[in-house]
Design a protein around this ligand. Structure first.
Ligand code: ATP
Ligand code: MG
Length: 194
């Protein structure tokens, strides 16, 4: 039987408990073998607008975020490939190897799918699993996408808010896992402890 794998792509700057919830629920609800938290190397749609933490820091935090969650896998395939990150380049070899790929997205990301590189080819290769995000209107996908919605507890957490709190000296230990917090502290990321 083909392996069924979820790909939850992100900048993970930093990974937070919202990502963990989406990863675990997508795997469970869609009966996947695992959901991979795929760390973007150079998220081309984001990197022009703000400074992003080094890929090595985001990788170590993502490994820490997945630790202790048997349904989650931290995946460095896009970091290993280097360069700008296009999901189609990640998905093509998996599908060629017989893997059934589920692209897991929050509603904000899903609404932008048609701006992605080679999106029509991507639509032929994956099933999209969409998760609601607080205060985000449910995405309406164009007809070429095969899509399903995933029930998941709503967690009003974003990396943007975690970064803001770190810089402002506000607590984040309830928004990220302890391993992620250790890396933020040790590396002084996002202005933590300054
Ligand atoms: P930022 O604020 O920097 O954009 P983020 O919290 O949105 O960070 P990303 O790395 O941009 O995190 O998101 C990766 C994926 O996870 C996207 O598909 C996004 O929609 C989804 N996601 C992130 N946080 C949540 C959440 N709290 N609930 C549901 N989906 C989420
Ligand atoms: Mg985001």
């Amino acid at each position: 039987m083909a392996r069924r794998v979820g790909i939850l792509g992100g900048t993970f700057d930093p990974p937070h408990l919202g990502h963990v919830a989406v990863g675990v629920e997508s795997c469970f609800r869609l009966d996947l073998d695992a959901t991979h938290m795929m760390v973007a190397n150079n998220p081309w749609q984001k990197s022009s607008s703000r400074r992003i933490a080094p890929a090595t820091s985001r990788w170590v935090m993502t490994e820490a975020a997945c630790a202790g969650h048997p349904l989650l896998v931290a995946d460095d395939a896009e970091l290993a490939r280097g360069g700008e990150t296009y999901t189609i380049d990640t998905v093509e070899p998996l599908v060629a190897a017989g893997v059934e790929v589920f692209l897991i997205l929050g509603d904000d990301a899903a609404a932008r799918l048609d701006t992605w590189h080679r999106c029509e080819e991507l639509a032929d290769l994956v099933t999209v699993g969409i998760v609601a995000r607080p205060a985000v209107t449910p995405a309406r996908l164009a007809r070429h996408w095969r899509a399903t919605r995933i029930e998941c507890p709503l967690l009003d957490i974003s990396s943007t808010e975690v970064r803001r709190r770190c810089a402002a000296g506000e607590p984040v230990d309830h928004l990220v896992g302890p391993g992620v917090l250790s890396v933020i502290e040790a590396e002084g990321l996002y202005g933590f402890g300054r």
